[in-house]
Design a protein around this ligand. Structure first.
Ligand code: NDP
Length: 288
């Protein structure tokens, strides 16, 4: 028999998770604050609990996917968690995840935090490549990893309950930095007779080619502590090139506001470090 699952929260993500477990044949008990959102799932075979306490009482494995950490606190308020295995897939900060883990475990439950790296249409579709970062109780993760693997891939990143949220936010932060670069690049071509659709494959191919080697080099240098670059374009050369970027932006009537802060950090590092370095020293400047 398939492991029965309780799920608190039937928003866009919770509903997608529910459908994945139902489709895989797991008995599913659901609860949502607004009961109407559970009706469709009831028709698809889910058991609808009248309140969060009844939903939690139904099964050992309790998945929570609510708006934010405050809603998790509200939903679990006064609920008996003794002996439960609580997996919180709600997006939070690392500090909130650690505090939630302490609170849940003090009430007699095991706790695992999750950070979902997928949008609802990717849930239950393995070839879409979505996955969830997990951290917290390794025992809980091992016990249920086959159940957790139903809606999306699983990546366990350690027993510190804050580390799933940390990995989630770190990846998304890098994504926004990349989006900033993409916005600047499109702005540069926008007033010219350059077709954005023809430009797009050049830009995405460039980003893909640059990202991997840069990420790997940065990691290796942070680990060794030696930031000396083995590529031709060192910090001195790259910083010397920044006026070209800024004056091109000015010439195109494009604000440098997304690019300039990174160039400022490069200049500061060059003033304190060595021109032979890579760009890794910028990481240290951010830590101040
Ligand atoms: P929705 O806004 O669609 O749903 C929010 C859910 O939280 C609803 O079930 C809502 O209940 C419930 N809720 C809100 N406040 C409270 C409260 N005070 N007490 C009890 N329940 C409450 O969000 P999603 O389903 O999209 O997202 C859920 C989580 O998944 C979030 O943490 C989100 O960051 C994360 N996530 C979402 C992704 C996405 O693309 N959607 C991608 C990756 C992560 P009600 O129906 O009563 O309002």
């Amino acid at each position: 028999a398939k492991t029965p699952v309780t799920l608190l929260g039937l928003g866009a993500m919770g509903t997608a998770l529910a459908r994945a477990w139902l489709a895989a044949g797991h008995p599913l008990t659901v609860w949502n604050r607004t009961a109407a959102r559970a009706e469709a799932l009831a028709a698809e075979g889910a058991t609808v609990a009248p309140d969060a306490a009844a939903a939690v009482a139904a099964n050992d494995l309790v998945i929570v996917c609510l708006l934010d950490d405050a809603s998790v606190g509200a939903a679990l308020d006064g609920v008996d968690l003794t002996g439960k295995d609580v997996v919180d897939l709600t997006t939070t900060t690392p500090a909130q995840a650690r505090a939630r883990a302490a609170s849940v475990t003090s009430r007699g439950a095991r706790h695992l935090d999750g950070g979902i790296m997928a949008v609802p249409p990717m849930i239950g579709v393995p070839e879409a490549g979505g996955y969830v970062f997990y951290s917290g109780s390794p025992e809980l993760f091992e016990t249920y990893r086959h159940v957790l693997a139903v809606p999306a891939g699983t990546r366990f990143v350690g027993s510190d309950p804050g580390h799933a949220a940390l990995h989630d936010v770190a990846l998304l932060s890098a994504m926004y930095g990349m989006f900033a670069g993409v916005a600047h690049a499109f702005a540069l071509i926008r007033k010219e007779d350059v077709d954005p659709v023809a430009f797009a494959p050049l830009l995405s191919e460039w980003i893909s080619a640059m990202a991997g080697p840069h990420v790997t080099r940065t990691a290796d240098q942070l680990k060794s502590g030696d930031y000396t670059t083995n590529v031709v374009s060192n910090l001195g050369m790259q910083t010397a090139g920044t006026p070209t970027f800024l004056s091109t932006a000015r010439g195109q009537g494009v604000s440098p506001e997304l690019l300039a802060p990174y160039f400022d950090l490069m200049r500061r590092r060059l003033a304190e470090g060595s021109p032979e370095e890579d760009l890794t020293g910028v990481v240290d400047l951010l830590l101040r």
